[in-house]
Write a new protein. Structure first.
Length: 132
């Protein structure tokens, strides 16, 4: 009877779970956690960037509606909207370029919204990449 117990003990193999290896080295739990935390922080930054893009796109959508009305009215320049680029000179920002033509502004807003939507899609794909 004692031999049967020994035989049973010998035939039952306990499967050991191996620790993840990186470059042939066994990683400690601390290293694994650090890697996971860095990935979580990276995805948090991506999600935050996505939120900013979505918010900016909603604002641009409202501007687009208003600018379209001006473009329909065939206004050449408006005081209500302008697009300006600034250059920093001697600790001050000077307008290097400014335009207030509704048709040009509308083209810019439409282009920018399309680019923002592409960026949001790219971020969303990256956020969903590791989810099965």
């Amino acid at each position: 009877m004692e031999t049967k117990k020994n035989e049973k003990a010998m035939t039952v193999a306990v499967a050991k779970k191996e620790e993840p290896k990186r470059g042939g080295k066994t990683q400690s739990i601390t290293e694994i956690l650090e890697i996971q935390l860095k990935e979580i922080q990276r995805k948090k930054r991506l999600a935050d960037n996505r939120d900013v893009f979505i918010s900016k796109n909603k604002s641009l959508e409202e501007y687009q509606k208003l600018i379209q009305e001006m473009a329909i009215d065939d206004v050449f320049q408006t005081e209500d909207f302008s697009l300006s680029f600034y250059a920093k000179n001697d600790h001050r920002h000077n307008a290097s370029f400014s335009i207030s033509n509704p048709e040009m502004l509308l083209k810019f807003v439409v282009f920018l919204r399309v680019e923002i939507e592409k960026a949001v899609e790219k971020i969303e794909k990256e956020l969903l990449q590791d989810i099965a």
